[in-house]
Design a protein around this ligand. Structure first.
Ligand code: KIV
Ligand code: ZN
Length: 515
């Protein structure tokens, strides 16, 4: 009997800390339900003390998820822990994850605390968390750059105080596979009460080694991996869940453990996260990239046709790649629509939301005759965007573009309930549309990124647009999808502007004045 490797997903917490990846309560709920369907063991839903919105999102996930443990992050401050416990109160299974930095540079420069004070705060935090739940995780932030002797003392003390998971983060993505393997082996061997806790790896990808380091930690004794869908996360991101899970599954000859993940849900969840955050997956990304299972070179194709294993080590269908299925068409009814969405893990809390999505489906089916799963997922995200309580609403756009002529755009927006029209010329139709919007809004933002991605194949495919705006040092992402990419671009721009106009004040758990 192999050990269980606990999969701890932090897409909704560490992933969301990525600039521009912030999610609404509804978006977090959709991702959490998808993770639950995938049978993720622990879902870290957020940092409840960060803002009232973060608290509500964690609470909503805790109430909606019944199969996975729902976890909230808390610094060692008593108010963080109590707020976290309050958000998790109705969870079927709740975990409090508390952390404090243990490396000399973090203790001296960030916390301004002596090692003894850090140890004391860690123990007090775990004790306080244990008053709320039996499932307490402790993380030593920047463990990789910490003194192993000090780590041993801290971990022994927090296990004695009641922590049942010990997380060893590579916060800055600095370690190498053989180093982290030695560290896990050494700590597990030296800590007298190590058998009372599950050791966990949490690797960042600054050197592109997050997955390799996580796997090396598993070989060194870790039985929990912390990861995110598509490797989402700050800077270069976290370890990608799908890569860790498939490496462990594919190389069962090497690993003494296995996960309980339903791998057929992977692609679905990956698309959902990309869709909601606008962080698209590169085509050659392992497991979930569009080319991950495409064998284009003739020699490969020939080999695969003769005998699949010649070039394939996994089967596309095992991770949920279905050959783009034609799911619904123009004449499909509301029930068929609802059923298909349910199969994709999408359920609406309110009947109005289903109605809005169905209306968008009918409009799309008029323009595009074949509707695929990917179209449905984008459409539901779009319907959510429209529903949101936004100050600016996109009403209409007219763009003229002709060879040899300067493109012109005329946009109608509803701003705080009043319709206004703006016009502008531009270098191209998209540029003209953005300028026309700016004639009305005058946001002063700079455009940092503009990207278009065809959701499915064919010239009638929906274009999925991401716009990233920068305003006063903060990043805001907007999304839009439409068969007309200029319309999709304008919607994405408006979506980003709405976020600029209503920035959410939230504390960052690691970079904050209150530590
Ligand atoms: O990277 C890190 O150190 C973290 C901790 C808060 C666990 O995300
Ligand atoms: Zn992290």
């Amino acid at each position: 009997m192999k050990d269980r490797l606990v999969v701890f997903d932090t897409t909704l917490r560490d992933g969301e800390q990525s600039p521009g990846a912030s999610m609404t309560r509804e978006e977090k709920l959709r991702i959490a339900k998808s993770l639950e369907r995938m049978r993720v063991d622990v879902i870290e839903a957020g940092f409840p003390v960060a803002s009232p919105g973060d608290f509500e999102a964690v609470k909503a996930v805790a109430e909606a998820v019944t199969e996975s443990t729902v976890c909230g992050l808390a610094r060692t401050r008593p108010e963080d822990i109590d707020r976290c416990a309050e958000a998790l109160r109705n969870a079927a299974r709740a975990r409090i994850h508390t952390f404090i930095a243990t490396s000399p540079i973090h203790m001296e420069r960030k916390l301004n605390l002596r090692p003894e004070e850090v140890l004391e705060q860690a123990v007090n935090a775990v004790r306080r968390a244990r008053n709320h739940t039996d499932d307490v995780e402790f993380s030593a932030e920047d463990a990789i750059r910490s003194d192993p002797d000090f780590l041993c003392r801290v971990f022994e003390a927090v296990i004695a105080a009641g922590a049942s998971t010990i997380n060893i983060p590579d916060t800055v993505g600095y370690t190498l596979p053989h180093k982290i393997n030695e560290l896990f082996r050494g700590l597990i061997e030296r800590i007298p009460n190590a058998d009372k806790a599950v050791f966990s790896a949490h690797c960042h990808n600054d050197l592109g080694l997050a997955v390799a380091n996580s796997l090396a930690a598993v070989l060194g004794g870790a039985r929990q991996v912390e990861c995110t869908i598509n490797g989402l996360g700050e800077r270069a991101g976290n370890a990608a869940l799908e890569e860790i899970v498939m490496a462990v599954r594919t190389r069962q000859d090497e690993f003494p453990c296995d996960t309980g993940i339903d791998t057929q849900e992977i692609v679905n969840c990956s698309r959902l996260v990309a869709n909601i955050t606008g962080f698209h997956v590169q085509p050659n990304k392992a497991i979930v990239g569009a080319n991950a299972f495409a064998h284009e070179a003739g020699i490969h194709q020939d080999g695969v046709l003769k005998h699949r294993e010649t070039y394939e080590i996994m089967r596309a269908q095992d991770v949920g790649w279905n050959a783009n299925r034609l799911v619904l068409g123009k004449h499909s009814g509301r029930n068929a629509f609802r059923t298909r969405l349910k199969d994709l893990g999408i359920e609406f809390e309110r009947e109005e939301d289903l109605n809005l999505a169905f209306q968008r489906f009918k409009e799309l089916a008029d323009k595009k005759h074949e509707i695929f799963d990917e179209d449905l997922q984008a459409l539901v995200t779009e319907a959510g965007v429209e529903e949101a309580n936004e100050r600016i609403k996109f009403v209409a756009l007219r763009v003229t573009s002709e060879t040899g002529e300067t493109p012109e755009a005329r946009v109608i927006l509803s701003i705080d309930g009043s319709e206004q029209t703006g016009s502008a010329p531009g270098g191209g139709p998209v540029d003209a549309a953005f300028r026309a919007i700016e004639v009305l809004i005058e946001s002063g933002c700079t455009l940092q990124l503009y990207s278009v991605n065809a959701i499915t194949s064919g010239t009638d495919a929906q274009g999925e647009v991401t716009v990233r705006l920068e305003s006063a040092g903060r990043i805001f992402n907007g999304h839009g999808a439409d068969t007309d990419i200029v319309q999709a671009s304008a919607r994405a721009y408006v979506n980003a502007l709405n976020k600029v106009l209503a920035p959410v004040e939230r504390e960052h758990p690691q970079i904050s004045e209150h530590v």
